[in-house]
Design a protein around this ligand. Sequence first.
Ligand code: NAP
Length: 492
Amino acid sequence: MPSLYIDGTWTSGSGDPAEVINPFDASVIETVEQAGPDDVERAVAAARTAFDDGPWPRTPAAERADLLRRVADLLVRDKEDIARTETLDTGKTLVESRIDVDDVTAVFRYYADLAAHDAGRLVDTGKPSVVSRVVHEPVGVCALITPWNYPLLQLSWKVAPALAAGNTVVIKPSEVTPLTSVMLVRLLEEAGAPPGVVNILLGDGRSVGAPLTEHPGVDMVSFTGGLATGQAIMRAAAGTVKRVAVELGGKNPNIVFADTDFETVVDNALTAVFLHAGQVCSAGARLIVEDSLHDDLVAEIGRRAERIRLGNGLDEATESGPLVSAAHRAKIEDYVASAQAEGARLVAGGRRPEEPDLQKGFFYRPTVFADCRRDMRVLREETFGPILTVERFTTEEEAIALGNDTDYGLSGAVWTNDSGRAERVARALRHGTVWINDFGPYVPGAEWGGFKRSGNGRELGPTGLAEYQEHKHIWHNTEPAPARWFTSGGAR
Ligand code: NAP
């Protein structure tokens, strides 16, 4: 079945086909066609024509919202099929994939509601004869480039607001996990997206992603992925002064004060870092613990980490799936080796699992390191895997300083029963999202994005829509008259 969608037609690509691998057992799920340079040109041209001459940017916002609502209904209809495919492709548990589809559905509904009521604003000029208003218009052709960890979810955070605002899009999912992005495009087609409004190109970053970021026909790049790729994209986009929104990695502190309920914090600290095998941008990979609680907490977290049941994401008993690829597992093993070489104390994991049925897949045991120092590589870089590092603190100021001692600034959490302290720490942390006595939840109506090297954009919330809009000021003088600024020529 053709896997590229260009100008309203499913089509074969001129690039080399690629095998999509199931990380549970390294089997081939499907072979997909990929784009070549001519496909990139065709997709951008289709999106350009649909934007410049097509109906979509001029369609009333309420009608665009209707299409998003139809997509949401189709997601509900196909939930089980999509969730199963996401699990096969990423290795995450079916429970997580089902939650992802529910979240994606909510994002489409949220932007449908927001777009329908986004009329811009009137500005008071102090002159009764002047109407000054700010109108919201689409940016144009948007390239949406997404990562492999939450393929469908990350795409929805981009495509729903981009379409709600009236843009046309060219989607480039990760070559590692493209399947549910293709499914979503099929739903957009079924919901009635006009030809050229939504296009999808499969292929790798070098041959498909990079040409999109340099292309003069693309007005905006919205990218979610790693820091180095984000930096390359910002450089590439500079040539044509594109709008660029980058959502990058994180090294997220999870700060625990000793007055917190022990069981609650153990349980949540494990989920914060080991959900989806730690392959989460906002994973709570740095546990920062008050001295008096430290030893007990480390011991209990280590004990429970050793018991996490790894397995096939499709098996309801599985608590955590594999890493996404052999190459990614090799990176994790390298981080573990460096942590040990730099003197971190291994409390749990640090090895592949022994179970015979897990030998074909890319599994790695949840790993906990104590006695970690701020200069260790495992603590400074985003490992993006099942590795928890533990640090300790004595004072509130020290906890805040540790939490901010990172180049990243995506998310963090503070656990305490002292609400004054919770607020002080939350305000002092330089991270885009801070949870108090929780870790991980988000809602479509609240902005998501990074401080510092975690990115420069915002997704979700009203700002997530504004990213895909030009805000144009229209000044209307209803009683024009000579200004009489240059009077030397005399009035006629
Ligand atoms: P990645 O290697 O940076 O790739 C992301 C996407 O960019 C993929 O589609 C990739 O294509 C493409 N790409 C690679 N080189 C490119 C280039 N030169 N020009 C244009 N596109 C290019 O990231 P990843 O490994 O897939 O994802 C993991 C990263 O994403 C982590 O750092 C994680 O923290 C981050 N992330 C951030 C958020 C957030 O909300 N801030 C959310 C999720 C993930 P191919 O892979 O197909 O080659």
